[in-house]
Design a protein around this ligand. Structure first.
Ligand code: ATP
Ligand code: MG
Length: 356
């Protein structure tokens, strides 16, 4: 019997409504060619929902998603709705409720696209940022004392648990085992943050000892950011805490080139809950509704989803189709200097995946 994957589809706002259909078009082509079924369940939750109902999703929203294997999301956010509403009303509840403790951002320069780093080629930029997604610096613990008085002060705690550190590091090392260069770099700041970061370093060293086949190094976050720009070729898998990983997760795709191409994943590796796949870009109100946005970030996110669902061959076929389209001068949208529409690119990639 053919395998069936249940996917919750949330286009969200702005260009998400245009990229998600192209993502689905390519996923459908992959499903036909590789012989699995996709059972789609559509949700129209967005900032419009918020304006109508005062909520980004219904109260039992997570329960509605829970029966799916994965969530395929476009983008959420729209002018007039504060970012914290779209974030805390949908994305963060999903991340926390489904214990998506790994955030993944591949940073890969594709042939035929441009990086802001002069002289760099695809051979130089091919790394992946693994961010801890549930604890660390982004805790809700802290407070303000003596407000409005000269003695006023504010604190915010960072929480690093052994379980939390070990599971993200284990994921990073296992991921490195699947890659050619087999290297893990840790982002730290143990010279300035003197309790949590030395602990992070300690957990990293202990995990590294269990993977003798993996090369490791570590850098303080400040110089690491500089190295991303000056020596992107040094990196393979880069693991960071919630805050440092967040910073690197924006810097990495930026050095790798176009925002329209970059994919991301929020993963619960145990598959106890749905994982979520979405492009790095936002809802891009400036170009929404014009059929000109680049759907590749969404399509690549779909490939990551298939990989997570165990469809590695299908995932590789999509990535291969993207690389060939970009390398061989296939249709491209304006952000990449072309004239093609969003749908032109989606159709070309679906066709390439179908034909192999
Ligand atoms: P967020 O919703 O995460 O806050 P943002 O508003 O900071 O996102 P984006 O929505 O990603 O940023 O848009 C940033 C810029 O990149 C915009 O000018 C937008 O037009 C462009 N852009 C984003 N995504 C795409 C895409 N898929 N294709 C073409 N251009 C894009
Ligand atoms: Mg925005």
């Amino acid at each position: 019997m053919a395998r069936t994957h249940r996917i919750a589809v949330l286009p969200g706002d702005g260009i998400g409504k245009e990229t998600v259909p192209e993502g689905l078009r390519v996923l459908d082509a992959a499903a036909r060619r590789f012989g699995f079924n996709l059972e789609l369940k559509h949700f129209d939750w967005s900032c419009e929902t918020y304006k109508e109902t005062g909520r980004m999703m219904p109260e039992d929203g997570l329960d509605q998603l829970r029966t799916s294997d994965s969530v395929f999301l476009g983008a959420v956010g729209w002018p007039g709705v504060p970012d914290h509403i779209s974030l805390w009303g949908l994305l963060i509840p999903m991340r926390r409720g489904f214990d998506q403790y790994i955030s993944l951002r591949p940073c890969k320069l594709m042939p035929g696209t441009r990086t802001p780093l002069a002289g760099r080629t695809p051979a130089d930029i091919d790394f992946i940022v693994v961010r801890e997604n549930t604890e660390g610096e982004y805790s809700s613990s802290g407070g303000r004392m003596f407000p409005g008085t000269p003695r006023e002060f504010v604190t915010q705690d960072s929480v690093f648990t052994r379980v939390g550190c070990d599971r993200v590091m284990k994921y990073a090392f296992e991921l490195a085992m699947t890659r050619k260069r087999r290297k893990v770099t840790s982002a730290t700041k143990s010279n300035g943050i003197t309790f949590t970061m030395p602990y992070w370093d300690e957990r990293f060293a202990e995990m590294a000892a269990q993977y003798p086949g993996i090369t490791t190094d570590q850098f303080h976050i400040d110089i690491l950011c500089a190295h991303f720009v000056q020596h992107p070729d040094w990196f393979d898998v880069v693991v960071g805490s919630n805050l440092f990983g967040d910073i690197l997760s924006d810097l990495g795709p930026a050095v790798a080139g176009s925002i329209g191409i970059a994919p991301s994943a929020n993963i619960n590796p145990e598959r106890a809950h749905p994982s979520m796949f979405e492009p790095v870009h936002g809802s891009a109100p400036d170009i929404a509704g014009k059929n000109i946005c680049n759907p590749i970030g969404q399509i690549w996110s779909g490939a990551m989803m298939l990989e997570h669902l165990g469809e590695a061959a299908a995932a590789a076929a999509i990535l291969d189709a993207i690389e060939r389209l970009l390398a061989e001068g296939g249709p491209r949208t304006r952000d990449l200097g072309g004239q093609a529409s969003t749908q032109d690119v989606g159709r070309a990639l679906a066709e390439a995946v179908a034909q192999g």
